[in-house]
Design a protein. Structure first.
Length: 140
């Protein structure tokens, strides 16, 4: 079972803004599913406010602030006690799993073969007309 962690605003800033090397083990644990990262509504509100402060002797522009909050809002569970939100997120994930085709990529780690790998991936995408539309919808 993964370790469940609730991060405070300073840790979020180290992760999102300062890319502090001390956060690397935490990032690695989250990426390897050894840790689940959570943020509650109060911390998210504080983080949104702090992102507008002068950080690194400059203020992040609105787009950078929005990008940080979008990352937090979409990549991490916001409130474990909000069961309706948990149900909504699970339903959303289940819907995505049903609608998105899964392709497995396995090839020898020979960089000379990459052009052929790219051609085969492109051929697979061309053969499945819904893939580009899904990719475009996901990018919006």
């Amino acid at each position: 079972m993964p370790l469940r962690l609730v991060l405070d605003t300073n840790i979020w800033l180290d992760w999102l803004v300062f890319d502090d090397a001390g956060i690397a083990p935490l990032k690695a644990a989250a990426a390897a599913a050894r840790a689940e990262i959570f943020i509650d509504d109060a911390c998210a509100a504080e983080l949104a406010a702090v992102l507008g402060y002068p950080l690194r002797k400059e203020i992040l522009d609105a787009a950078a602030q929005a990008a940080c909050m979008a990352l937090v809002g979409n990549a991490f569970q916001l409130d474990l006690g909000d069961h309706n939100n948990l149900r909504r997120l699970l339903a959303h994930a289940a819907d995505a799993v049903r609608r998105v085709p899964v392709l497995t990529l396995a090839y020898p780690r020979d960089y000379a073969l990459l052009p052929d790998v790219v051609r085969r991936i492109e051929a697979e995408i061309d053969a499945e007309p819904s893939l580009p539309a899904m990719a475009m919808a996901a990018a919006r």
